[in-house]
Design a protein around this ligand. Structure first.
Ligand code: ZNA
Length: 278
């Protein structure tokens, strides 16, 4: 009976929690159940559109970020190329290589009022309502990661968009309402499209990370502009002047245009030294 019971209990543990714990166990000396408990309290038994960024504060306390000076890599709109590179080389550490970032990368979750459960379907989309569990999580941990950044910091930005550094945020019509459901299902496709676009413009790198970079910890910010064929922008883009001006005085800024193919080549060839990639 005990065996049968053990089996049912294990099967009842949600697939989400299993994924969380198994990804977490890869990090040594971590009490993953403690991290899970701190994570879960942020959204369980709450309206999934009312999870504030601060709800994850206890999670950051439970699993603090360790500064990795000179190796920290930030990115915006370049997820695939960055991770294609960091997967193969250990020159740099992205948020997705840290405990919290790797455990939740690619996952969706939310709670429900009056329930102790974690759900993975029926959760609000990224821009359906601002204070959803997934978006608030990424905002909170991005801020914590930026808070500990130190030494020479790298950021990969995209040359495939018109404005590689874009802190501005226009409110989409559906967002001025109270949230999801009633508003969003009735939206015209063109409005949905706009909602998506403005949400993409609300980029975490510009609005959360850069503003937290402290000159007392950070020596330089080195931007790598990732250029694909038919690039729309490069290091000369006016938006990067904004980035320079936003930076705490005392942090040296540099920018380098690098073809995407060169980043891929450097990922594939360990004989190229990290410092010689670009
Ligand atoms: N790993 C993640 O899923 C993730 C990571 C999500 C959000 C933020 N981050 C951090 S912040 C990442 O480690 C970088 O350091 C920072 C980049 O954030 P960004 O400047 O907002 O860049 P981005 O390319 O616009 O968005 C980053 C990621 O956010 C995307 O790859 C998506 O996973 C998610 N996202 C952003 N906008 C939307 C979205 N997902 C769905 N719909 C959107 N409109």
């Amino acid at each position: 009976i005990a065996v049968v019971l053990g089996l049912t209990l294990r099967q009842n543990k949600s697939e989400f929690k299993s994924t969380f714990l198994s990804r977490c166990e890869k990090f040594n000396q971590t009490d993953c159940q403690k991290v899970w408990d701190a994570f879960e309290q942020a959204y369980v038994n709450k309206d999934p559109c009312k999870v504030a960024v601060e709800a994850y504060d206890p999670l950051i306390v439970a699993a603090p970020f360790k500064p990795q000076c000179n190796r920290m890599m930030f990115w915006s709109k370049t997820k695939d190329v960055v991770h294609g590179f960091t997967e193969k080389r250990d020159c740099f550490v992205t948020l997705e290589d840290t405990l919290l970032g790797s455990v939740l990368d690619g996952l969706t979750w939310c709670g429900k009022e009056g329930s102790k459960g974690t759900f993975t379907t029926g959760c609000p989309g990224w821009s359906e309502c601002e204070n959803n569990p997934v978006r608030s999580f990424w905002r909170r941990i991005s801020a914590a990661f930026a808070d500990v950044a130190c030494g020479d910091v790298t950021a990969m930005l995209s040359g495939s968009i018109d404005t590689p550094f874009n802190p501005t945020r226009k409110k989409a019509p559906a967002e001025s309402g109270s949230g999801r459901g009633i508003c969003c299902n009735r939206l015209e496709d063109s409005t949905k499209d706009m909602l998506w676009k403005t949400a993409r413009d609300n980029n975490i790198f510009a609005s959360i990370e850069v503003v937290r970079f402290q000159a007392s910890r950070i020596k330089s910010l080195n931007v790598v502009m990732v250029l694909q064929q038919n690039a729309k922008s490069n290091c000369t883009d006016p938006s990067l002047k904004n980035l320079r001006q936003t930076l705490d005085t005392g942090i040296t800024y540099s920018c380098k245009d690098v073809p995407e193919s060169r980043i891929q080549e450097c990922g594939a060839k360990p004989e190229i030294a990290c410092g010689a990639c670009w």
